[in-house]
Design a protein around this ligand. Sequence first.
Ligand SMILES: [Zn+2]
Ligand SMILES: [Zn+2]
Ligand SMILES: [Zn+2]
Length: 253
Amino acid sequence: MKVTFLGTGTSQGVPVPMCDCKVCRSTDHRDQRLRCSVYIEYQGKDIIIDTGPDFRQQLLREKIMHIDGILFTHSHHDHIAGLDDVRCFNFKYKKPIGIYTSAAVEQRLREVFSYIFSEVQYPGAPQVYITRIKDKVFSVKGVEITPLQVLHGKLPIFGFRIGDFTYLTDTSFIPESENEKIQGSKVIVLDALRQTPHPTHLHLDAAIDIIKKFQPQKAYFIHMSHQMGLHDEIEKLLPENMHLAYDGLKIEV
Ligand SMILES: [Zn+2]
Ligand SMILES: [Zn+2]
Ligand SMILES: [Zn+2]
């Protein structure tokens, strides 16, 4: 499995417009974070998790040529806003793209992108179909995926386990029921917004504690805000098997 981090920043991205903090002024490319999304190449299939506002730019940067399915974790704007940009794949392959998510996220997509789902199709509108998932293993063109149900503040959202890879963005709490599904992952990607606690996201110390519990070979933190601090400085403070992810990072699992 090859995993490419398309974006690793919080909802505002980093740098934040008009901010002149040291992180936002940093010239280190790892301090420049687009909104969170990940591209997974596995068993000959191409899977995307979340399509944020920077999706077009991420497709161009990583030269992504094909998508077999899009998994949505939840319906916050920074995770869905780029859905319209699947049109290029519709035009090239003359096929709709499969979306896999909860009934609640589906409802929100139908509201936000009403033109995609209207009975009278706007010419050139994105072509998608939605497969509703719950708490059972599902398949994207033969690739088995285990949905993980975690909390983002009070909002129940999805994480996903694919093979030995677990992806948990926008997480503040992992219910015990999910531990067994996560256990044994070789790589865990986990939300770590900043250094101080936050009501709807894990902060760095809490994320480190969770990783220590699951003991994967490697862990990567995502959804960082500019308040996390400079990538280079924070990276040096982390335990050996833990890293801050950065945009464009590619890993083999
Ligand atoms: Zn988010
Ligand atoms: Zn800043
Ligand atoms: Zn969110």
